[in-house]
Ligand binder design. Structure first.
Ligand code: KG4
Ligand code: ZN
Length: 349
């Protein structure tokens, strides 16, 4: 069957087994997903140890490692699903936003496979994939709903009107939530990525020890601003160091996390209520943060809103979420041409 007739078959049956590939930052990932909801395999190779000594992702090192890992990672995803290329109905891949060198490795590999095996290709937005991570965890979840996307590069409130139509509600004016976690962690001497390390340290501290104020975040807007909060947390550390009170680093981590979670959860709840939606979903790497998950779950429950957040293995970058987003993308629009490029600043809406 040609790519064209395979695509027609997907449209007629509303069924597809897709190989999906993700390489937008520092994870080389491949998965096989059936009908956008069932994960047959999910392989993630993380480059974190390679970047740790530099305190953040080094784009050149990331692209080189993607080149080395893409073939073994894709092969393993097919093996674990007990499938061969000829058993697939199509290929889904991230084509933005992200690091251009990293994106190009996954995209070029996916295009080559689609050409060689004559399969339809679906390019998807990385943020749409993070949202779709919820479809893997909640088989009955369907749009419309409101979503808070919090990752290393984004903090967005978005209305999910349908599987492929998104209305922006608010976004960060400066640092993303994950970026603020990572930058403070670095100054506190914690390893990259800082988010999970800050969460661990915060458990030992008092969340009310330091009161961080943020007039902008308390205003009516659905936009966020985290750079002032980040600077205040770093300033607090310098004050403690001058006094020789290094043991209170845990209080800084706990107070920062408490304030960030308060801002994110209050705005997200207000957004879902104003949208008149009955569901709030959480997405992106920071959705792995337990304080954020628990606070949102509690606020939603008090207001009669269903709260969804992805299973931990689908919070940070992975390809299973790409397989879900790619499936719904193919049901809505024809496959992409093999001349498509990567877009490092691709917008969701
Ligand atoms: O979605 P993701 O894997 O990559 C991007 O698309 O950016 O998100 C990575 C971000 C990093 O900033 C990382 O520190 C943060 O998610 N993160 C966390 C936690 N786990 C990952 N932040 C706070 N608490 C966590 N448990
Ligand atoms: Zn991501």
């Amino acid at each position: 069957m040609s790519a064209e007739s395979k695509y027609q078959h997907i449209l007629e049956t509303k069924k597809a087994v897709l190989l999906s590939i993700e390489s937008s930052c520092d994870e080389t990932a491949a998965a096989v997903v059936e009908n956008g909801r069932t994960v047959l395999s999910n392989v993630v190779h993380t480059q974190i140890p390679l970047h740790q000594e530099f305190g953040g992702v080094v784009p050149e090192i990331a692209s080189r490692n993607h080149v080395e890992m893409i073939t073994p990672v894709v092969s393993r995803a097919l093996e674990e699903a007990h499938l061969k290329l000829e058993d697939l109905d199509g290929i889904a891949v991230t084509h933005g936003p992200g690091l251009v060198g990293s994106l190009l490795i996954g995209l070029t590999f996916a295009k080559s496979l689609a050409f060689a095996a004559d399969l339809p290709l679906a390019c998807v937005n990385h943020l749409a994939s993070h949202i779709a991570a919820n479809y893997l965890t909640f088989p009955d979840l369907e749009p419309p709903f409101t979503c808070l996307i919090v990752s290393g590069g984004h903090s967005d409130l978005v209305r999910i009107d349908s599987y492929n139509r998104f209305t922006p509600i608010g976004s960060t004016r400066d640092d993303a939530a994950g970026e603020a976690f990572d930058k403070i962690a670095r100054v506190l001497g914690l390893p990259y990525p800082g988010g999970p390390e800050m969460e661990k340290l915060a458990k030992e501290g008092d969340p009310r020890a330091i009161r961080f104020h943020s007039a902008f975040n308390e205003s009516d807007t659905f936009d966020f601003s985290f750079s002032g909060l980040k600077t205040a947390a770093i300033h607090e550390l310098h004050v403690l160091e001058e006094k020789g009170e290094t043991a209170k680093k845990a209080d800084i981590a706990a107070s920062f996390q408490y304030t960030l979670v308060k801002i994110l959860s209050e705005k997200a709840l207000r957004a879902v209520l104003e949208n008149g939606d009955s569901t709030l979903a959480l997405a992106g790497g920071v959705s792995a943060n337990k304080a954020l998950r628990e606070t949102l779950a509690e606020k939603c429950s008090k207001n009669g809103i269903r709260f969804c957040c992805p299973d931990f293995k689908y919070c940070t970058d992975n390809a299973a979420m790409v397989g879900s987003a790619g499936f719904y993308r193919l049901l809505d629009a024809p496959p992409d041409s093999l001349s498509i490029n990567a877009y490092p600043n691709l917008e969701l809406c």
